[in-house]
Design a protein around this ligand. Structure first.
Ligand code: PFF
Length: 442
């Protein structure tokens, strides 16, 4: 039996790909990256890259998935008759392994926080306690390995159940609820004493803060949040039915992602200055700052718990797309092998994730290249493998695929978007990606 997975409806497809896109990238990574690379200047670069590079690339990945309709270590061969081009699919698969390895570390932190808050083991009222507790949690190798193990296990169980069940339904109410929570946090954060400075920091671009490194990381951030270059979005589009609408889906996903990133920024930065944190705290930023905001609310710990559960849900809808890519490639879309493959891939990811988690404890002294082992895994994926994967696909689409075929799959074109999109993919974006890519090594 070779039965390929398929979304039940085009809403199912949009919800799933929005679920893949919106996750730790927008809520956890964006604020801490913006904190390090210049606040408003970073936001501006991120917006520019997301709209002018990310959006066309997302449309491209959807088109490729819809045209090829198979797993991504085969799709390039199917579309071009050139077997060696499947290397782009393998590059994506490698990216996903490493990405899941460090993604699960943060997923594990969320799970540990959920248990701690539920059992009331965390109190935040004391000024420095949030910090101390955070360091104690992430510095505990055993606890964090168990946390990330649970995160990978949850992902595995969902993926084993198959793409069409449960999740589509759950995201219909979980995601809007997450939006509402974010808005509540933003309001609370903005009404704190001393919040205006933080607001200015994230909204006012200071051109002198733009650095080459910041540009590179802003591009990496756009790739990361939109799940680009890993071929994860190609996989999801290959499960979609003919009626899926490429433009509407891509535009709504990009818009939602930008909105969540900005909301996360507005939630965190005002609180950073209000509570006297540094914007350059790094990966722990969200975990240190948010509890203090909730502490200022009535029923704060209850709301914090609900928020953490929603946050975990958002992270899981992304991590399942990471595992799903492996399942799709290694089962060659044969659903009968889904369970054993999901199991083996999860075990492998768990092993890769251990050094990443220990970067915050026993291996924290190891520094090279981009920083700790964790930082290097992130750098390898966001700044090297994802841009390389996206570059490969732009070259295939722009130079090898037939324009007429592309147009037919691009769908109805009321606003005449096809031609500008096509020329962007064919001539402009490969050069932009190569330039930024090369500059980092100079
Ligand atoms: N876009 C996800 C996030 O922002 O959390 C991360 C991600 C998921 C990247 C799936 C790549 C991917 F294939």
């Amino acid at each position: 039996m070779n039965k390929q997975s398929q979304w039940k409806s085009s809403t199912g497809f949009i919800l799933a790909s929005a679920g893949s896109a919106i996750g730790l990238g927008a809520m956890w990574k964006f604020p801490y990256m913006a904190g390090i690379y210049g606040g408003g200047a970073f936001l501006l670069m991120f917006l520019a890259f997301t709209i002018f590079v990310g959006l066309p690339l997302l449309m491209m990945e959807f088109t490729v998935g819809k045209m090829g309709k198979t797993y991504t270590t085969k799709i390039y061969e199917k579309l071009t008759q050139k077997k060696w081009l499947n290397i782009i699919g393998w590059n994506g698969n490698l990216a996903v392994f490493v990405l899941f390895g460090f993604y699960s570390v943060i997923g594990g932190w969320i799970i540990i926080y959920i248990f701690n808050v539920a059992l009331q083991m965390i109190t935040f009222s004391d000024d420095n306690l949030g910090n101390i507790q955070f360091e104690a949690i992430i510095g505990n190798p055993f606890l964090t390995i168990v946390g990330q193990g649970i995160f990978i296990l949850l992902t595995m169980i969902i993926v084993m159940m198959g793409v069409e069940k449960g999740l589509e339904k759950a995201s219909k109410f979980m995601m809007p609820l997450l939006f509402i929570f974010l808005i509540v946090i933003v309001i609370k954060s903005l009404t704190l004493d001393g919040s205006m400075e933080g607001l200015k920091y994230i909204l006012q671009p200071r051109l002198e803060d733009i650095s080459m490194q910041g540009i590179l990381f802003a591009l990496g951030q756009s790739f990361f949040t939109l799940s680009l270059g890993t071929t994860g979005m190609i996989t999801y589009a290959s499960y979609a039915s003919k009626e899926m609408t490429i433009k509407t889906s891509a535009i709504s996903i990009v818009a939602m992602n930008i909105l969540v990133s900005i909301l996360a920024g507005l939630a965190i930065f005002p609180a950073i200055t209000a509570f006297g944190y540094k914007p350059t705290e790094g990966p722990g930023l969200l975990f240190k700052v948010l509890p203090k905001v909730f502490d200022q609310m009535a029923f704060g710990s209850g709301f914090y718990l609900i928020f953490l559960i929603l946050f975990l849900f958002a992270a899981l809808t992304s991590s399942i797309s990471l595992l799903e890519l492996n399942v799709s490639n290694f089962t060659k879309n044969d659903n009968a092998k889904r369970k054993p493959v999901a199991f083996c891939a999860s075990v492998l990811v768990f092993m890769i994730s251990i050094p990443a988690t220990l970067s915050f404890s026993s291996l924290s002294g190891i520094h090279f290249g981009a920083g700790t082992i964790f930082d290097n895994m992130d750098f390898l994926v966001s700044n090297i493998l994802m841009p390389l994967g996206a570059l490969g696909t732009t070259l295939v689409v722009g130079q090898l695929l037939n324009k007429k075929d592309l147009k037919a799959h691009f769908g109805k074109d009321k606003f005449k978007l096809f031609m500008p999109w096509y020329y962007l993919i064919k001539f402009v974006l490969p050069i932009v990606i190569v330039l930024i890519f090369v500059v980092q090594f100079i």
